[in-house]
Every structure is written in C-alpha cells, then in structure tokens.
Design a protein around this ligand. Sequence first.
Ligand SMILES: Cc1cc2nc3c(=O)[nH]c(=O)nc-3n(C[C@H](O)[C@H](O)[C@H](O)COP(=O)(O)O)c2cc1C
Length: 374
Amino acid sequence: MQTEFCKQLGIELPIFAFTHCRDVVVAVSKAGGIGVLGAVGFTADQLAEELDWIDAHIGDHIYGVDVAIPQKYEGMEETSAEDLVKMLKAAIPEQHRQFAEQLLKDHGVPEIPDNDGEVSLSFSAIQAQVLVDEALTRPNCRMIVNALGTPPEDIVEQVHGAGRLIGALAGRLKHGLHHKNACLDFIVCQGSEGGGHAGEVTSMVLWPQMVDAVAPLPVLAAGGIADGRQMLAAMSMGVSGVWLGSMWLNSVEASAEPAQRESYMAATSEDTVRSRAWTGKTARMLKNSWTEAWEQPDTPDPLPMPLQGYLTFDAVRRTHKYAGSGDCQKVAFNPIGQVVGQINSSESCRDIVFRLLTQYSEALDHLNTIMPQE
Ligand SMILES: Cc1cc2nc3c(=O)[nH]c(=O)nc-3n(C[C@H](O)[C@H](O)[C@H](O)COP(=O)(O)O)c2cc1C
C-alpha cells in the first residue's frame, strides 16, 4: 500500500488524518498513517505545548502541522498581529454582535468567565508565521499544510529550507494549479462533501481532474471518505493517498464532548450544510438553528473572513465548553462532512485505520471477481 509519496515521507500507509486533537495525531501516525495537527486555534505557546506532548508520545513516527493563510483577507496590509486583531475587532458592526449574542442567550448558552485562558484565531500570514516557526523546530514534523490559499513565497522557501514538505488544500482546479506554480510539494484536493471549508464540485468529479491537471505532483483525496470502498475509489483515480477529517471527530481519542458526539451519531448525510455563518467563508457543518438564523432575509449577512470568525469566536468557545447545556447544540459550531451519516459508533483511530484497509481489500477482491477473465 505504500505509494511513492508515502516512501518520500517515510510512512507505511497512504492515510492522512487532519485533526485538532494531539491524541489523534499520535494514534494515526502510530497506526502507520500520518496525523496532521490543525493549529488555527492555537497561540505559538499553546502549539509548542501540543507539539511537546506529541513529540513525547509519538516515538519515531512523523506528523504534520496545518495552518490557515487565506489567499485574500481583511487586514492583509497590517504589519503586526496586535494591530490586525485590534482592527478586525473594531470593524465588527454592533448589529452583528447583538444578533450573535441574542442567539446564544435564546438557547441558554452560558458566558465564559474572563479568566478562562488565552485564546487565538489565526487566519493571517502574520499569525500563521509564528506557528510555522514553532513547527519547524520539531524534527518529526515533516510536513506543513495550508488551508484557504497558496502559502506566501517566503513560507514555502522557509519550509523547503528546513527540509520539509509543504502542501495546500484545493477545492477548485485553478487553486491546485496556483499551488503547483508556487512550487508546493503536494495538493490536498477536497470535494464539496468534505467537512470544513469546501467548494462546490464533488470529490468524484474533482479528484481525477486535479490528478491530471497538476501531474506529476502528488494529490491527496479529501472529502467523503469514511470507509475502505471510498478509499479504493479515490486510489483508483491516481491519488497518492487519502486525507480524512470528519472520521476522527467521534474516535475514542478525539476530545469531543458527549453532547457533540450525540449530534454526530444522530445526524444523517442530509443534515449538513455549506454555510458562511461561522467563518465568513463557505464551510460544511451540521445544520442547526445558528446556520438557519444567518440565512434569513431579515437577519444580518455573515461578514467576510476573518471578521465573521472574530465575531463568532466567543460563540465557538461557549458552545464547545457548555456543549451539553440548554439548547446549546442548536447553535453549536460542528464542522463535519456528509460522511457524518456513516459515523454510527466510536472507534479507536487504530481500528479506523484497520477497517479502512480491510474494507479496501474486500472491495478490491470484489472488483477482481467481476473483472472479465482471459
Ligand atoms: C472539524 C473540521 C475542521 C477542519 N478545519 C480545517 C483546518 O483548520 N485546516 C484544514 O486544512 N482543513 C480543515 N478541515 C478540512 C479537513 O482537512 C479535510 O480536508 C476534510 O475534513 C476532508 O473531508 P471529510 O470531512 O469528508 O473527511 C476541517 C474539517 C473538519 C471536519
């Protein structure tokens, strides 16, 4: 099962796990794939703490770190992170603040105490830079991945100079070609059914086109993979591996709250929506009263990224911390893909990896039985 890209990285299996949870990173890397830690919600110090833990538990295995530098965003011209945050917070209209606050109140979501610790949201090059600097101090961090755009040239050079690989997500062919022109090492091609920020074109249609368009660059297939049959379909299109996000959210190792887990288990594939209501860019998530409220004609329109993210930041924290209280899940931020309909139990990450492989070979056997014999 080792693809050329696996050999280049030094991993056994072409299974890539995007996650915000360090335990998942370690478990997937130890199972033979590779865990990639989403760092968008960490300060540099918090990321250092997470990576200390990963380094202490991962042994000789390797991992990656994922940041989010959008191609374009409000405040791109700011030269300090403090000024950027100050400017963004000041630019949020009062009407939007009141609307968000009222939604939380109406659903009984408690406020967070002032002393609840430092929090961060890094949707800019300035903020991502310190995260990349930290990641590159770690010898076992072998790849940096960027969401929402092509990473800036100096970061690409920095990562290459440190002897690591750099890739980026792409939900459209033109984004993949842009990444290729910027000398990235691989593309994570995400179809519309995937969790988090996603475009319009489905995986089945986008993956083969991306493989052809950016060849010989390795492409990882993302969006809509939860079992080995879907993995086989992706691999048959010439990708170098599969990149899963949703499937780990309800794993034994994930840090999800019980109420969040219940929401995942209860949802079908029809219960997600692509909405701008949390980050300002279209992302796939569980549909609920929050996503519906922002779509009404008489309510405020979501702000552009990253303003909407700063506006909803408090709501993300509150609905996560108090996930089980009041009607919290009705206004909670639960990014997840359509594969949520395939999440019906909580498995360990190792079991997920082995299940993918078992189902993959069963599906391959099935294909061989229906091939015409000479
Ligand atoms: C909860 C959640 C958060 C995500 N956040 C990010 C992110 O910060 N950076 C990123 O590159 N991708 C992010 N993604 C997208 C994943 O990397 C991945 O491409 C996607 O989940 C694949 O589709 P799937 O959900 O069908 O497995 C996120 C996905 C989920 C489910």
